[in-house]
Write a protein that binds this ligand. Sequence first.
Ligand SMILES: [Zn+2]
Length: 135
Amino acid sequence: MCWPELSKRHPKFKVEGEGQEYADPREAAEAAIAICRAWRKAGEKHVKVAHGTTGGYTLPFESVTFTDLRAWADQIWEKLEKCPVCGGPLPDKRKCFRLWDTGDDTLFCSESCAEKESDYQAAENAKLNEICDNG
Ligand SMILES: [Zn+2]
């Protein structure tokens, strides 16, 4: 998860995405760039973008260029597990959804995607049963 922000307690540029959480690192990078530009426009010329993992703590990061931030976000995106239905990033495993009735371990990003897969499998099974009944 990514949080583009300058100050979590007092987000100033909420419209640009400051203080929000993003499952997609590419969206987080774009928000960080938009926030950075907004701060610079507001007179804070020293504001820069950076990336890293805090482990829940506050740590300083080395600043990078917008191009490097986007490249980093693309790399992270490639490594993320994706939902087989919508192609979106999977949330934390505890927040994922499964098809409980099938014993299938496939994870989905949302209840809606799990339902779509369940409906799809039910329709495929109905087709198979129809073929078997008619054959
Ligand atoms: Zn999904």
